[in-house]
Ligand binder design. Sequence first.
Ligand SMILES: [Fe+2]
Length: 256
Amino acid sequence: MTSVMLIEDAANNNNSNKIANNELASDHYLRELTKTFTGIEKPLKNAPTCATLTDLISALHEAFASDRVNIEFVNHLMLSYQSNPSEWRKFAKFDRFRYTRNLVDAGNGKFNLMILCWNEGHASAIHDHADSHCFMKMLKGQLTEVRFAWPKDKTVNEDCKADIGNSNGSGEIEYDGEELEETSRSTMETNGVCYINDNLGLHRVENPSHSDVAVSLHLYCPPFDTCSIFNKQTGKRTKCKVTFWSKYGKRETQDN
Ligand SMILES: [Fe+2]
């Protein structure tokens, strides 16, 4: 694992549920500890808020400073920040052909905060989240999030080059599986936050607009650089490496 930490299940916040990280298999600990958290839609009452992006980053570092992280509070912090383009514009780098992932802060190895830039019609493949928490906040425009149930067959294919920015998934190899079942669909507006982890299924994110770009702020904890993408028609699952288009406002070269 990239990070050793204990995540509190905010919905079951009592001593009996505080299980030491090392008591759980590393690849399943997050699922076990976050079985009931589905995200919050409104900021918490009487909790500190973040007036600027810099404040948000500081507050996140504080929230992740100890071994215990309250993901409900992290969700609150993401909700409390109100998008101000002058603060995030330097990170928002677009590509003509696919959505981009731009690292804003590496969170001392405990989380990754990044800005994703979506041109008109850009979409991700259907993907999982490598047992991490994922918070997604709209900074500009709209994104549609479509959720899917996991396929019954969870075999992972590692034999072809998959690209999370290819919204068709890995369709070129024949695979005899069932079509993925869509479970929900929602459109996020500016400043909204949604939350997903692998317990809640898979998702695909898309800028539905033909005229407007979209920008979103994502927090992943722990950070990950490999996940799986899925073909909608067959459920075929393929390992996929995820990379950054830019880091800290500077374009990454092909070799990085
Ligand atoms: Fe995602």
